[in-house]
Ligand binder design. Structure first.
Ligand code: CTP
Length: 415
């Protein structure tokens, strides 16, 4: 948790998710933020100034023509004051106004007049979010350097199911208050390609059945977002998951371990860092029937064969990328993880315990990372936060390995 004082100008626009903003303010303040709120006219329909003033400890701004407030801190001073302008929730209307450079009210005027980093957390109905006009605005803002957090997918206030929910206040606060994925990371990773495998694989038995596992893909997807935000080109090779693909990332969809092997090898020549977060099936049915297996005998036996170990085949290439593995274990976590580090010739391995409500198919995770001669523990955090922290460590170790290789090459040249 960061205790630095970050000055956050929180703009709240008029969507139902505005009811979560008092909670967001609390999560920001407990991380040491100083929060000044601007409420748009329509946001006032969803959340009251009284609650927001109580949790932020500051008078709420909403009207650019408010002479008293402008005399205390004018809109230009507000624009200069902020380290970060966070707009949560950001409605479709707000994205459109930001994209067009409108200055029709206090919040949009301050955005135009500020040099602060702008972060938005969109929230709207799933059909609105997928509308090409909204996506074009999202892309335009992203291209201009605005950071887009979420949206999340799941059940929506309108009763529908899909992508469009505002990210959880806790996750927004963690992202906004995290030390920037530093200029060091972005310098190291700019122009580099990070390939990430994510999700489960499906190993077919017949045209309608397959064997799979409980991986949700959340950790791999969070790693892809973290690598993208750290400035890398990202290729996400994904098994079947129900997650919204992150923007600005090349996604290659696969089903089986064999597909994963082919997809990973097709892209590896361009890859500088390979992160294997997929939960690849270790065995597949030895025969894939062409027609549906019919129910006949009381008992049947399934014969299975080993699948290729994608990570091990990549780490054994002559021109190998920096290789990071994941080890999800129910027991003997450290021993198994260290065994895999050596056996698969990895640069790093991220180990975590899995079991009931732990690791798989949930939003939080804790991990210990091992490499030859070192280890670092990461306490329980959201997968998004953990991914940012892991990416930071991957970048540091990658940079170190490269500089060691340069020193080794120079000393060979001198000998
Ligand atoms: N992995 C892979 N291809 C496989 C199996 C695993 O690329 N066929 C990768 C995983 O993505 C992970 C690492 O290898 O990064 C370790 O996976 P894990 O399933 O924990 O290890 P296994 O070698 O399969 O050993 P076990 O299942 O016995 O624990």
């Amino acid at each position: 948790m960061s205790l630095e004082t970050k000055k956050i100008l929180l703009g709240i626009s008029g969507g139902i998710a505005a009811y979560k903003t008092p909670e967001l303010v609390r999560r920001l303040r407990e991380r040491g933020a100083d929060v000044q709120i601007i409420l748009t006219h329509s946001a006032n329909e969803f959340v009251t100034e009284t609650s927001l003033q109580a949790v932020s400890g500051k008078p709420i701004r909403s009207n650019i023509w408010d002479k008293e407030a402008e005399a205390a801190m004018g809109h230009i001073e507000l624009a200069r004051w902020a380290d970060v302008i966070l707009i949560a929730p950001a409605t479709a209307e707000m994205l459109s106004r930001l994209a067009s450079g409108s200055a029709g009210d206090l919040l949009t005027t301050v955005c135009l007049a500020s040099e602060a980093e702008v972060v938005v957390a969109p929230a709207m109905n799933r059909v609105m979010w997928s509308n090409p006009a909204v996506q074009a605005n999202r892309k335009l803002l992203e291209d201009r350097g605005v950071q887009i957090l979420g949206p999340d997918s799941g059940s929506q206030a309108c009763g529908e199911e899909g992508a469009g929910r505002m990210l959880d206040p806790q996750q927004i606060a963690e992202k906004v208050m995290a030390p920037k994925l530093t200029s060091v990371s972005s310098l190291v990773l700019r122009g580099k390609t990070v390939m990430i495998t994510a999700g489960p694989t499906r190993e077919p038995l017949d045209p309608v059945r397959y064997i799979t596992n409980r991986s949700s893909g959340k950790m791999g997807y969070a790693m892809a977002v973290a690598a993208r935000d750290a400035g890398a080109n990202v290729i996400l090779v994904s098994g079947p998951v129900s997650l919204v693909p992150p923007t600005g990332v090349k996604v290659v969809n696969i089903e089986s371990a064999d597909d994963l092997l082919a997809a990973a090898h097709a892209e590896v020549a361009e890859t500088d860092i390979f992160i294997a977060a997929a939960a690849v099936a270790d065995y597949r049915p030895s025969v894939r029937e062409n027609t549906k297996i019919k129910k006949s005998a009381d008992e049947i036996t399934l014969s299975m064969v080993k699948t290729p170990d994608v990570l091990a085949t990549i780490s054994r290439l002559a021109e190998r990328p920096f290789c990071v593995g994941f080890a999800a274990e129910t027991d003997n976590v450290k021993d198994y993880a260290l065994g895999k580090l050596t056996k698969k010739r990895l640069d790093m391995i991220v180990a975590n315990r899995v079991g009931e409500n732990l690791g798989f198919d949930c939003d939080d995770n804790a991990a210990v990372v091992y490499w030859r001669g070192g280890e670092q523990a990461f306490p329980m955090a959201s997968k998004a936060q953990l991914a940012d922290d892991l990416m930071q460590l991957v970048t540091e170790r990658y940079k170190l390995r490269n500089s060691e290789e340069v020193i080794a090459a120079n000393s060979v040249a001198r000998d």
